[in-house]
Write a new protein. Structure first.
Length: 300
């Protein structure tokens, strides 16, 4: 595992941040603890709680109780629970209760980054910001972050009130996202990214419209193509010893301004593959090939 600077104190976070939620617990408490211990053994020292769920917080707290608390970074999403239809609560009381609940069940002592998850333009009241400042003053939270991809994020970045930006970022990210990352870096914000990979493979294939590959004798060996025009990113799926996901993860880490990439895993095999990726160097010329694919007409 590799590490990058994080925060004004000069701390370092692993290239990967392990995100856990109620879905991570689907295999049971013991399996989740085993998974978290594997993450620690792999050198991951950054963890994100998807929501202030007491059970998830308790399991994470138990796993991290075996290491020096100062050596791990824990972020917590606030304002929106897990799931698309979960209620949103950016009130001072709601966020204070959420943080206190997580600290109570986890025993972590403090939250390193309290993250406001996709707040709307008018959802965050002054009383909420005052409450968050009070939580910082008492040491219950260390830093304040904001997460999302809407245009309102530009306004939140420009305020200078946040220490961390969490944003989607991948090989398809447009200039708006890239400019936002640059602006956040100029504000001395630490940058965490998620949604680093989007699988472009079509779920269906239209054989009738697919021209064949080069045929052998008697026309044997023809292979239909995926319906539609050729994908300029097709090389992501046929690079030896690499998967499209690990290429996308490595590409995100090429940007030195990105502190950590947020990943998810439900089993140790997947976690191992992701944890080993930051140690690998992208094949020569592949980054340039990605950039060239991005300017082709079919890239979107």
């Amino acid at each position: 595992m590799r590490y990058r600077p994080f925060g004004a104190a000069g701390a370092a976070v692993s290239n990967l941040t392990f995100s856990i939620g109620t879905d991570t617990l689907s295999g049971g408490r013991d399996a989740t603890l085993d998974l978290l211990y594997s993450a620690l053994e792999a050198g991951i020292n950054s963890y994100r709680l998807d929501a202030p769920d007491p059970v998830t917080a308790e399991v994470l707290g138990e796993a991290l109780s075996h290491v020096n608390r100062d050596l791990v970074c824990v972020s917590l999403n606030l304002g929106a629970g897990e799931g698309r239809n979960a209620p949103r609560d950016f009130s001072a009381e709601g966020m204070t209760d959420a943080i206190d609940q997580v600290l109570h069940f986890s025993g972590l002592g403090w939250i390193d980054v309290a993250v406001l998850q996709e707040p709307g333009e008018h959802e965050l009241q002054q009383s909420s910001l005052t409450a968050l400042k009070g939580l910082r003053a008492t040491g219950r939270i260390k830093l304040l972050g904001v997460a999302g991809e809407g245009e309102v994020m530009d306004a939140y970045v420009s305020t200078g009130a946040f220490d961390v930006l969490m944003t989607p970022y991948n090989i398809h990210s447009d200039w708006k996202i890239r400019n936002r990352v640059r602006a956040a870096r100029e504000q001395d914000m630490a940058i965490f990214v998620y949604d680093y990979f989007r699988d472009r493979r079509a779920p269906d294939r239209d054989i009738s419209k697919a021209p064949p590959r080069k045929r052998g004798f008697f026309g044997i060996g023809a292979e239909p193509r995926v319906k539609g025009t050729a994908d300029p990113y097709h090389f992501l799926y046929n690079t030896p010893k690499w998967t499209a996901e690990t290429i996308s993860l490595t590409y995100a880490l090429i940007d030195p301004s990105i502190a950590s990439v947020i990943v998810r895993a439900k089993d140790k095999d997947r976690l191992k593959t992701l944890a080993e990726t930051p140690e690998r160097d992208m094949p020569p010329g592949l980054a340039a090939q990605i950039e060239m694919a991005g300017v082709q007409p079919n890239a979107a």
